[in-house]
Design a protein around this ligand. Structure first.
Ligand SMILES: Cc1cc2nc3c(=O)[nH]c(=O)nc-3n(C[C@H](O)[C@H](O)[C@H](O)COP(=O)(O)OP(=O)(O)OC[C@H]3O[C@@H](n4cnc5c(N)ncnc54)[C@H](O)[C@@H]3O)c2cc1C
Length: 380
């Protein structure tokens, strides 16, 4: 057992941190207020290898490990959780689904463009009537002579309006329940596919979240991703790994909030001394620093198992549950330590506070993580 990062991992962390500080930090509030994903950041993210972090070098990917992936997502989230969310959804959902279950031909067709950052990836599972109970989806894919016809709509889709390639999960045989669900890959601009309502969100506002509508959208037979009827099972595998990304995002956000609180506590003077001198503030800092370390270790353990090809359903759910919940606490304490200045937009505290709540909801709510963990414990 070795808890130390390698020299390469230290270097990776330093280079992503430097990038985030230089290219993202100055624009964070401008992107948040305009609710605008900065497309001009894509080539810069791609140049650092962040648009294809874990994908094979033969497709132009960076070939990094799952632990390296956590370091990258963490460092982006420390500065801008919304950009980190977009990078995580692009890598961990859409691109990952294609890399894990696509044919050689599909990988060759889609991965190079995704990892070069020429297009953003979107991944559509959720519907207005099917969130936690995703298998209750209505969107259908009906076999046509030379392909499939998609009908229905997906909501809350990250990059729903700006994604160039989207993985869509749809019902192919309703009678078979979750074994009658398949995945498809659809390109932006395909006739019959359109973006619907763009959500006006509490936080993560620089990350596009939109509805995607399919109306007699015809796609080729070669656009089915993975075996027919395996789409839901494959989706659960994608989510097992995706949750490690959300756990890392939570650790990074918590770290950013904690550092902002620590900085402020040293600067702010009341009763003739820095507020960091008060035990009430010190305990908050100590508790957050401890919780963040614990969440980081849970997250890296899940990533370590993934890197070894071992099952990590339980570990990734535990990491996501714990890290997202402690991040909410870190952001809350960050606002509290800032007092009134935590409530205004001149300081980063209020944005961490708004962004963080998504982390206990997206890619499975905290309640669903507990359900997944309990099922694993009870062998159900
Ligand atoms: C910003 C953002 C980005 C997103 N990006 C994507 C994306 O890219 N792709 C995608 O497919 N989806 C995406 N989602 C959707 C997200 O995954 C869902 O919102 C989430 O899974 C919860 O579903 P829901 O919102 O329908 O809530 P519901 O499922 O309606 O849950 C409501 C409440 O009931 C609880 N609940 C539900 N079932 C149970 C149960 N069995 N036991 C106990 N409690 C339960 C929940 O925990 C929650 O507290 C995104 C959402 C947001 C907000």
């Amino acid at each position: 057992m070795d808890f130390r990062p390698s020299e390469e991992q230290e270097l990776l962390r330093a280079s992503v941190r430097e990038f985030a500080e230089a290219e993202m930090r100055p624009h964070v509030m401008e992107w948040d207020e305009s609710q605008h994903f900065p497309m001009d950041l894509l080539p810069k993210l791609a140049a650092l290898g962040l648009m294809g972090i874990q994908f094979a070098e033969e497709y132009g990917g960076s070939g990094m490990s799952a632990v390296d992936y956590c370091i990258c997502i963490e460092e982006l989230a420390r500065v801008c959780p919304a950009i980190s969310l977009s990078v995580a959804a692009h890598n961990g959902l859409c691109t990952s689904h294609i890399a894990m279950f696509g044919t050689d031909d599909q990988r060759t067709r889609y991965l190079p463009r995704l990892v070069r950052g020429e297009v953003l990836g979107a991944w559509g599972l959720t519907e207005s009537g099917a969130g936690s109970d995703a298998a209750g989806m209505k969107t259908s894919a009906v076999r046509d002579r030379d392909g499939w016809v998609l009908n229905g709509s997906k909501n809350f889709i990250t990059h729903g309006s700006i994604g160039g390639v989207m993985v869509v999960i749809a019902v192919t045989d309703r009678a078979k329940g979750h074994r009658g669900i398949s995945a498809f890959v659809v390109e932006h601009g395909t006739p019959g596919m359109s973006a619907g309502k763009k959500e006006n969100k509490l936080g993560m506002r620089a990350s596009d979240t939109s509805e995607v509508i399919f109306q007699d959208c015809r796609i080729g037979a070669d656009q089915r991703l993975g075996d027919e009827g395996q789409g839901f099972i494959n989706t659960l595998q994608v989510l097992d790994a995706g949750r490690i990304g959300i756990a890392a995002l939570s650790v990074g956000l918590a770290q950013g909030a904690y550092e902002a609180a620590l900085r402020y506590a040293r600067e702010r003077r009341q009763f003739g001394q820095p507020i960091a001198g008060f035990q009430a503030i010190q305990w908050k800092l100590a508790d957050n620093a401890t919780r963040i370390e614990a969440a980081r270790l849970l997250t890296y353990r899940a990533a370590y198992l993934k890197d070894r090809g071992l099952r990590m359903t339980r570990e990734s759910a535990m990491a996501k549950l714990f890290a997202s919940e402690i991040a909410v606490k870190a952001a809350d304490d960050c606002v509290q330590i800032h007092g009134g200045y935590g409530f205004v937009k001149d300081y980063p505290a209020e944005k961490y506070f708004r962004d963080v709540k998504l982390l206990t909801i997206g890619e499975g709510t905290s309640e669903i993580q507990r359900l997944v963990i309990a099922r694993q414990l009870l062998n159900q």
